[in-house]
Write a protein that binds this ligand. Structure first.
Ligand code: HEC
Length: 213
């Protein structure tokens, strides 16, 4: 048994040595992988699942800048009234200045959107930047799947890593592909898989927002 094990080990070693050039089968390679795995584990650990009670918690230290951003269906009104930046629309709720949100949207090097920023590409989907600590996993973004009618907006689903759009796609899984400096914002050049619809189609969907009638 011992010799069988030993010969299996040497066969593995031979395989490793012969593959070393092609595959980087070395101690350095494997310890790098281990370190990366450990880092990934740590960052996952440091992102606890969002607490369903977080919304209900009243801000204990009002004035610290971390006050809860309350979001309701009526915040999602006619998309054409919102500031347009390239293809998407920007609004600010919670009392902060829209100019701060637009500064990030217009920055060539990215940045972190301020709490209360609301973004929409189409009337049925929205991202709202919530207060710091709301959801580390989604960089404090809350995703919304909406139903838009001329009578107003209904929230179909809201949340962090688990919101699904009308086509069965998980918002976070796509938006999380954006390179880190873009704060989960995809646009067309930030590293996300592209949407299967053209910019012209997106614009005509915005123009047809039933809430603008
Ligand atoms: C299949 C991947 C995918 C899914 C699923 C998805 N998105 Fe997006 N989203 C994109 C891409 C790509 C863009 C940029 C499109 C463009 O600018 O042409 C985008 C754009 C946006 C924008 C404008 C800002 C930006 O990131 O460019 C918002 C807001 C948005 N999506 C919200 C949502 C919400 C909310 C959901 C879920 C209800 C969702 N998305 C689901 C890929 C996705």
């Amino acid at each position: 048994m011992t010799s069988a094990l030993a010969s299996r080990r040497s066969a593995l070693l031979a395989l490793c040595l012969s593959a070393a050039y092609a595959l980087g089968c070395s101690d350095a390679g494997s310890s790098t992988t281990t370190a990366e795995d450990r880092d990934a584990g740590l960052s996952a650990d440091s992102a606890p699942p969002p607490s369903p009670t977080a919304d209900a918690a009243s801000p204990t230290d009002a004035g610290s800048g971390a006050a809860t951003i309350a979001v309701s269906a009526s915040d999602f009104d006619c998309i054409l009234d919102w500031q347009k930046v390239r293809g998407f629309r920007v609004k600010r709720i919670g009392g902060g200045a829209l100019a701060e949100s637009l500064a990030v949207a217009n920055s060539a090097s990215g940045g972190t959107y301020p709490p209360g920023t609301v973004l929409q590409l189409v009337p049925t989907e929205a991202m709202v930047k919530r207060e710091p600590g709301f959801s580390p996993a989604t960089k404090d973004w809350e995703f919304f799947s909406l139903s838009a009618q001329s009578s107003g907006t209904t929230i179909r689903a809201r949340g962090t890593t688990d919101v699904i759009n009308a086509f069965g796609g998980n918002c976070f899984n796509c938006h999380n592909q954006a390179q880190p400096q873009w704060d989960l914002i995809c646009e067309q050049t930030h590293g996300c898989d592209p949407l299967p619809i053209s910019s012209a189609t997106i614009q005509s969907i915005q123009n047809g927002d039933p809430r603008c009638n």
